[in-house]
Design a protein around this ligand. Sequence first.
Ligand SMILES: [Zn+2]
Length: 85
Amino acid sequence: MPIYEYACGACGHELEELQKMSDAPLTTCPACGKEELQKLISAAGFRLKGSGWYETDFKTKKAETPKKSSDTPCATGACSACVTD
Ligand SMILES: [Zn+2]
């Protein structure tokens, strides 16, 4: 059963009332007797905590270093390895 908060618009009296959802809201202020009670909407229980989005999936970049199995040029002078050397 939710607790509703009321505040009187005439005298400023505040009260909490345990009511059912189907109950009619209070209107009469018990302090001054005027029908100036207004239901306060409290935001309690409606707490959205914004948790940041953290990217944990770090992909370590594999620097692909091509290994030359044989560093010896073909010795013909015609291939690209021989020319650039
Ligand atoms: Zn009042």
